[in-house]
Design a binder for this molecule. Structure first.
Ligand code: COA
Length: 243
């Protein structure tokens, strides 16, 4: 018998007001889903929404999209940043509450974020969105499915997310590049270097990425290479694991 929750209509909407009461509920879902070292402060969210509301951003856009039930409980969230200088959308967090999982909500939320990025690209770059980029834990089972998708590159480099708190270590992830405008079989290293720098400098707001050992390690791994990333297909070996 369907539960009340599964029968209730779910509304997906973007949060734009920094005073929206749903932000606290969404952050609680984030806190239930991710370890402290994996999540940004709530004031980062509020600050990013304020920048959007005050229209001080030129070629960058930050999104927080939530799924709510009829009681305004937040069942899902996805966040991400469009980087106009490289014309890519970077997925931040995707979290679906445990009771709402495995019903396609994660896929719908990701689709909504992708459409928001496509609108950003049309408005800011006046061009089709080049790609979606995301960080996935090497142990995440979704990585296998992603590897079978046409045009998705699992980038063969020791990618690290910068530490989010003083005293923590940078976190190793697999970085993927999903060509949207056109599927890509290789990515120019010059383009990837700009994307990596933009992620660290503009999304994580690291003042001097080139001074960070983890960032330098990524740059060193790209030295002497002109392109990166073989097309990922079913049955191919998994990308180099960094943990
Ligand atoms: C992963 C999670 C969001 C999936 O939610 P769900 O509603 O059960 O997912 P669905 O039934 O729609 O099926 C999986 C979809 O989630 C999305 N997804 C799963 N893992 C993802 C990831 N790491 N990054 C981006 N999207 C992901 C995909 O869109 C996938 O569908 P697709 O391959 O057709 O595009 C959910 O299990 C969850 O919150 N897990 C804990 C947090 C987590 O691991 N988040 C992902 C890393 S940020």
């Amino acid at each position: 018998m369907p539960t009340k929750r599964s029968a209730a209509p779910i509304r997906i909407r973007e949060v734009v007001d920094p005073a929206d009461p749903a932000i606290a509920k969404a952050y609680r879902l984030l806190s239930r889903t991710f370890e402290p070292g994996e999540r940004v402060d709530r004031r980062e969210w509020i600050g990013s929404l304020q920048e959007g509301a005050d229209r001080v951003l030129s070629d960058l856009a930050w999104h927080l999209i939530i799924a709510e039930d009829a009681e305004h409980d937040v069942l899902g969230l996805v966040s991400g940043t469009y980087l106009g200088n490289v014309n890519v959308g970077v997925i931040g967090y995707l979290a679906i509450s445990s009771e709402a999982r495995a019903r396609g909500l994660g896929s719908r939320m990701r689709g909504r974020l992708r459409r928001a990025f496509e609108r950003d690209a049309a408005r800011i770059a006046e061009a089709p969105l080049a790609a979606i980029v995301g960080e996935v834990s090497p142990s995440n089972p979704w990585l296998r499915k992603l590897a079978t998708r046409e045009g998705v590159l699992l980038l063969d480099l020791p990618y690290h997310q910068p530490r989010l708190r003083e005293g923590d270590l940078p976190s190793p992830f697999t970085l993927y590049y999903e060509g949207i405008e056109r599927p890509r079989s290789r990515l120019a290293v010059s383009e990837l270097r700009r994307i990596l720098y933009a992620i660290w400098r503009r999304i994580y707001r690291i003042p001097r990425p080139l001074e960070r050992p983890a960032f330098r390690l990524m740059m060193q791994a790209l030295e002497g290479r002109r392109t990166i990333g073989a097309p990922a297909r079913a049955g191919t070996s998994t990308p180099r694991k960094t943990r």
